[in-house]
Design a protein around this ligand. Sequence first.
Ligand code: NAD
Length: 468
Amino acid sequence: MLSKLASHMIGSRESGAVCFNWTGSTTDIRTETMEIVAEERVSDHPMAINGELVQSSSGLSDPVINPATGEAFDYVPHGTREDLDRAVDAAAEAFKTWSQTPFEERAACVVKFGELVAAKADELAKALTMEQGKPLRMSQGEVGGITHQCNEMAKIGDIKSETVSEDNDAEYKLVYTPRGVIGGITPWNFPLAMAANKLIPSVTTGNTVVVKPSPYTPLSTAMIADCAVQAFPPGVMNIMTGGDELGQMMVEHPKIAQISFTGSAATGKKIMATGAATLKKVTLELGGNDPAIILPDADVSDVAPKIFGGAMMNTGQVCVAIKRVFVHESKYEEMVDAMKEQAAKALPTFGDGLEEGTRFGPINNRMQLARVSELVEDAKASGARVVAGGNTFSPNGKNGFFYEPTVLADVQEGVRIVDEEQFGPVMPLIKYTDVDDALERANATDFGLGGSVRPPCPAPKRSRVPVF
Ligand code: NAD
């Protein structure tokens, strides 16, 4: 029987409640090939393969770009097919014993891993801010989450098989077994949290793992490779860095039993298609286009900062961020004014995440900045009223990837900024007249993930809140 445990841990529990996914076609984020060019050089942050810290077999390393400046500040190894084969072979070999290792021993390694990460928390948080852009305080929280996750996973205990039914002739059992080598592929918005969500549940439940971060944010994940090597037997936890093609190779790899992917719908579709060739189990955690509905009885002064915060956290680069706001016509102009005020207040707090007082960082990469700009220009061309923002800017005088906090009024479905996931600091405000109609429109999407209603509905109505 296939491992229900592995499926559960690698599939849903690893990322909490936000992993129901999208299956549409017009809403992909990734729009062009990235522009990271490998160079011949040694990296200070080698990969963890088979219990060793190694450079790329190609001798190449990829630059890591600081989105607050637009400049490369570090390098990670450019992993190759040969490197991947070594990592996967090692993981497959290690699986034979790791999967039979008692839970307590596995858990002790997991706790040790968490302690090693905690010991370098400050340098990790700084690197995370420099590669991703988010304020340092957010990075510190993300790093701290790894150790917390390790400690919590270590408490889950061995999951015993269950007898489902028995009669005189037979006993029917549900048996939970580890799956094998897990391949984890992660995005650039929460690189360490997402890597942890692949690494820790995999190994706790007796699988071995190979993880590859986004080429836009590979550094912090590469920096925990030494923790993996120290905490686990060789081959159990492998951490690689490389381009998109390394992800593709992982999905193609016949010895990887399951791919756990978090990222855009565009890539998710490719992974599903590629994985079919080896009948691979794939878990896809994709994008969202989460609606918020502002009811006629909303107190705008109370609701506005909450909605703004829910949309703009991490500069809008959150899968479950609010991405379209339906406002009742009776409150529409009041809400427009309130959001304009929120954006004006937020603007001076955009900056380099390492600087004191920064609440919002840049967009993570040039490709995504171009996409956000394109969606706003498209909305303008469709008649949107730009209430706030609408431009790139440079709060620090450097060539970073900053976009002003932007509020767009007089938009509706059929315009890309409403129909697609913007993944940036842009909020479209959509007017509605009838609550039931707003619910229907909020639900009329191919995306999954979240949704919210303000003020919260009384209990009997809660069942009508869109479920994604
Ligand atoms: P992306 O799809 O561009 O890249 C994600 C990863 O896939 C990267 O590591 C990349 O190198 C790799 N990759 C690219 N092409 C590949 C291929 N053909 N085969 C295998 N791997 C490949 O995503 P992104 O832009 O880094 O992340 C942003 C997206 O992630 C947003 O849509 C966001 O909503 C989503 N996201 C979802 C969740 C969730 O829990 N549902 C969480 C965070 C982010």
